[in-house]
Design a protein around this ligand. Structure first.
Ligand code: AP5
Ligand code: MG
Length: 213
């Protein structure tokens, strides 16, 4: 099974992807996580993408597609994409890649959350520097402040979760990623989940949709 999670920054793609990938035995592909990892290791790729991430702009399509193709070349598990594709050009690149592997996308799930809600969530997000677990100081706080419940490492605020950059990311989503909704709606495997509910309810809805396929 190959799945794409679409949605605004802060809609809960990462939160849902962690649970769904475990439940369905899928490989979780987060382009944002890949870029942040390269950035923290100060690799040439990390240096190339740094300016885009800190400004909330998209990394160029050609580079994103190259990175993904090389990372996924030997992967045989089903894939769960989180934060990719983000432009029609990336979606077309992904379609061509699946065609070349005689595989296909089984479901595109749009997690629908209002802009006001996501802007608040992003300001309150904390992420574990060790295992990547995602928290929210308002709605999903850790037991001890700034310490990960799962691995005990420190919780960090993402550099792009500053008010100005959040606004820019929301605008970029509207301009460049929202057109994907029409692209995938026409594909016949498009599903929409109300992402404004509690994370467990959103998961339950998505699981029911996938099991009903
Ligand atoms: P990326 O890392 O993909 O960021 P994003 O799309 O902006 O999405 P987020 O990770 O911010 O949000 P999310 O939907 O995962 O929400 P989360 O689960 O964390 O990309 C970062 C940057 O990398 C981009 O700006 C770009 O520069 C570059 N990039 C990445 N991919 C690219 C691509 N394909 N092409 C070009 N450039 C690319 O949840 C958010 C918060 O809400 C958390 O605090 C969480 O606890 C909370 N929460 C989650 N669900 C709920 C719920 N149901 N109720 C209440 N709170 C909730
Ligand atoms: Mg994410």
């Amino acid at each position: 099974m190959n799945i794409i999670l679409l949605g605004n920054p802060g809609s809960g793609k990462g939160t849902q992807a962690k649970v769904l990938s475990q439940k369905f035995g899928l490989f979780h592909v987060s382009t944002g996580d890949i870029f942040r990892e390269e950035l923290s290791k100060k690799t040439p790729l990390g240096q190339e993408v740094a300016g885009y991430l800190s400004a909330g702009r998209l990394v160029p399509d050609k580079l994103v597609l190259e990175v993904l193709k090389s990372r996924l070349a030997k992967e045989t598990r089903g894939l769960l994409f989180d934060g990719f594709p983000r432009t029609v050009e990336q979606a077309e690149g992904l379609d061509a890649w699946f065609d070349s592997r005689k595989a296909a996308i089984d479901a595109v799930i749009f997690i629908n959350v209002s802009e006001t809600e996501v802007a608040k969530r992003l300001g309150d997000r904390r992420t574990c520097e060790g295992c990547g677990k995602i928290y929210n100081i308002g709605t999903q706080p850790p037991q001890k402040p700034d310490v990960c419940d799962a691995c005990g490492k420190k919780l960090l605020t993402r550099d792009d979760d500053k008010p100005g950059v959040i606004l820019k990311r929301l605008q970029v989503y509207k301009d460049q990623t929202e057109p994907l909704l029409a692209y995938y709606r026409a594909s016949g495997s498009f599903y929409e989940a109300d992402g404004g509910q509690a994370p467990e309810s959103v998961t339950a809805k998505i699981v029911a949709m996938l099991n009903g396929k």
